[in-house]
Each structure stands twice: as C-alpha cells, then as structure tokens.
Design a protein around this ligand. Structure first.
Ligand SMILES: [Zn+2]
Length: 207
C-alpha cells in the first residue's frame, strides 16, 4: 500500500488550498519527465501549465491530480479516530485514516477499503464532506493530489487494530485535537476546518 498525501516541505501555505499565485512559482508538474513516454524522444516539451507534448510523435500527456480519500470517524462519545503514521513522509505524526483511490474504484469504496486496511474497522456508510488539494512527494516525485474527506459511520469498534502504514490508533475528543500534531499539510488543514465547524455547531447548544 502506498502511503499518501502531502509534503509539508513543499506546501507550507496555511490557506485551505494551494492558491494560484504560489502555484505559479512551482515547478512544472512534469519537469522530471524529460523524454516522451511513447516514443522516447527528448523533444518532450511543456505544452501548457499541466501538459507536455512530444514534437517527434505528437503525443500529449496531461498531468491531473491523483484522487485520495480521508476518513473522519467518530465514536459514540463524539471522539475522533486518529492514527499515528508508521512511515515517511511525516513518520510519527498524527494522521487520519485514508489513502489513494485505486483505478476503477469509487471514492466511497476507497475510503471503506483504506479504513479496513489501516484499522480493521468496517465502514457502514460514508458521506462526502469537502476536498483539499495537495502535493505529496513519493519516490522523489511530486504527486499532485486532491484529498476527499468523508464522514464515515462505524458501528462496531471492537476490532480496532492498527495495520499497514499506521502504528497506533486512538480516539481524541475534538477539544483536545491540535492541528499542529498532524504532519501532512492537507490533513492538518482538514482538521482545522473540522474543528472550526465543530466549534461553530457546538456554541448554540451550549448557550
Ligand atoms: Zn514521442
């Protein structure tokens, strides 16, 4: 299983998305692709901000974001399930369960599969929340991603065990969650967003 998502060294923006102005200073997404993947020609040149075109054979390759999923799981007490990353990038920092969507898989299938692989829990249902774009460096290559956050319903937590690229699992009450403890940029931004919404919805009930 490929671990996933952001690279805090590249994306240091505290905004909730990679804005267009910072994007203009970044490398072309295919800057490491020096040769045409179809004919091998070195005349594989930038076509526009997200594609390269081969002058020898005419092949055009567009670099699109890789889709990934993130699971927001709460127990009956309203605590959020938080994982600790077993692998780089951001090894040892907090994370939410999730990973890349496989070819031919729906996002709902992916979040159910990833939660099963990383926690052994069974997702009964899921609901799309929001998305955050990011850059994740894997094998020295900058993978542009869009991370889709899902609220996942799990009704049985007895089988909770960390697996795969997760070393530890714990439930943390939203009041004690600290976004700074999350090493991956998109997850940290997602947790900040969830906490803002949590505080927003909590206040009227307490007043
Ligand atoms: Zn070519």
């Amino acid at each position: 299983m490929i671990s996933r998502l952001a690279d805090q060294n590249i994306c240091t923006s505290t905004n909730h998305h990679i804005n267009k102005s910072s994007h203009q200073f970044m490398n072309h997404p295919l800057h490491q692709f020096r040769f045409c993947p179809k004919c091998g020609s070195s005349q594989f040149a930038e076509n526009n901000e997200k594609s390269k075109k081969c002058a020898a054979c005419g092949f055009v390759y567009y670099f699109n974001s890789s889709a990934a999923v993130v699971a927001v799981i709460k127990n009956a007490e309203g605590e959020i399930l938080v994982a600790r990353r077993a692998k780089e990038p951001a090894k040892g920092t907090l994370d939410l369960p999730g990973g890349f969507i496989d070819p031919y898989e729906t996002a709902e299938e992916a979040v159910r599969r990833e939660v099963g692989e990383e926690t052994t829990l069974h997702v009964v249902s899921s609901e799309y929340l929001f998305s955050i774009p990011n850059i994740y460096v894997y094998s020295g290559f900058e993978v542009h991603t869009v991370d889709l956050f899902f609220r996942c319903i799990v009704d049985d937590f007895h089988d909770l065990h960390p697996h795969d690229d997760v070393s530890e699992l714990q439930f943390i009450t939203p009041d004690k969650l600290s976004p700074a403890d999350f090493g991956l940029t998109s997850i940290r931004q997602g947790v900040e967003k969830l906490l803002r919404e949590y505080k927003h919805t909590k206040r009227p009930h307490r007043n």
